[in-house]
Design a protein around this ligand. Structure first.
Ligand code: GUN
Length: 283
């Protein structure tokens, strides 16, 4: 039986409409227009596309966005100075530093410098800590987008075995945390590059989340029949975008699957808009 497709584009549009409605109400009530400041350092082609998509999404959702484009040669101190300015600018509610940063800049130092109340990526240790304790201020965009997709698709998580592949700070770790959180109540296994026999764990998964960044890493016959497969990967292979899952054979076995593109990607942006609105409402 072929899987049904979890349409991230359609689900994200609904979230974006909700943000537009709430932003319109906020403006009518208080005059505040939620404002996202994005910082892009260098010329990474994928980052240029992401940042442009984020700007466009902000506009459509009634949010203001400002892009700060800095050259590849920007020093860490120059970047930190800009962040300090944006931290103390009352008209800015959210700050996003597009990753990856050039190699001469220490990402941890830079991300730690973003004011926790403006940290709409939810990367700051204070926000990671609050999320882990189950009292989030902002939810990390990609994992939150995945949780929303599961909810809207009526996927039961409680008591089920969720396997997350990948232990990045942006996706794998917070994804595992949200799935095990009270309310979601999944039993979670996190696999990574040192896990022996990843296939065996995948075959045990009722919900399989792939976030490894390796094209088609998860093979179709690693999917337990009837599982829900969430593919977080966006990899460019020649002129095609492919996920971290071998899509067609996986879709033959899964009950539900997210496509690439049009799956998790649009949800990440929708959640960023939601976080920017949340930040504006906090002041
Ligand atoms: N680069 C890849 N994903 C992300 C993300 O979610 N946020 C930021 N700031 N940069 C990224």
């Amino acid at each position: 039986m072929a899987a049904s497709i979890i349409d991230g584009k359609a689900i994200s549009e609904k979230t974006r409409d909700e943000v537009l409605q709430e932003a319109t109400e906020l403006k009518a009530r208080t005059g505040i227009v939620p404002h996202l400041a994005a910082i892009l350092v260098g010329n990474d082609p994928a980052s240029q596309v992401y940042v442009r998509n984020k700007e466009r999404a902000c506009e459509k959702a009634g949010l203001r966005s400002t892009l700060h484009r800095l050259p590849e040669t920007t020093t860490q101190q120059e970047l930190l100075t800009l962040i300090q300015q944006l931290n103390s600018d009352a008209s800015v509610h959210g700050i996003l530093v597009q990753l990856p940063l050039p190699k001469h800049i220490d990402s941890v130092t830079v991300l730690d410098a973003v004011h926790p109340l403006k940290d709409v990526d939810a990367f700051h240790p204070e926000n990671v800590g609050l999320m882990l304790q189950g009292r989030p201020r902002f939810l990390p965009c990609t994992p939150a987008g995945v949780m929303k997709m599961l909810q809207v698709s009526n996927v039961q998580t409680a008591g089920r075995h969720a396997v997350v592949i990948g232990r990045s700070d942006i996706v794998g770790k917070p994804m595992a945390a949200l799935l095990m959180q009270k309310g979601a109540d999944a039993t979670v296994t996190l696999c990574h590059s040192r896990t022996t026999d990843i296939r065996r764990w995948c075959l045990e998964a009722d919900i399989l989340v792939a976030a490894v960044g390796i094209p088609e890493f998860v093979k179709g016959d690693w999917v337990k029949p009837g599982a829900v497969v969430i593919d977080v990967g966006i990899n460019r292979v020649e002129d095609r975008l492919v996920g971290d899952v071998e899509y067609s054979p996986a879709a033959e076995r899964a009950s539900m699957i997210t496509p690439v593109p049009g799956g998790v990607g649009p949800m990440t942006i929708a959640m960023l808009l939601r976080n920017t609105l949340t930040a504006a409402k906090m002041i």
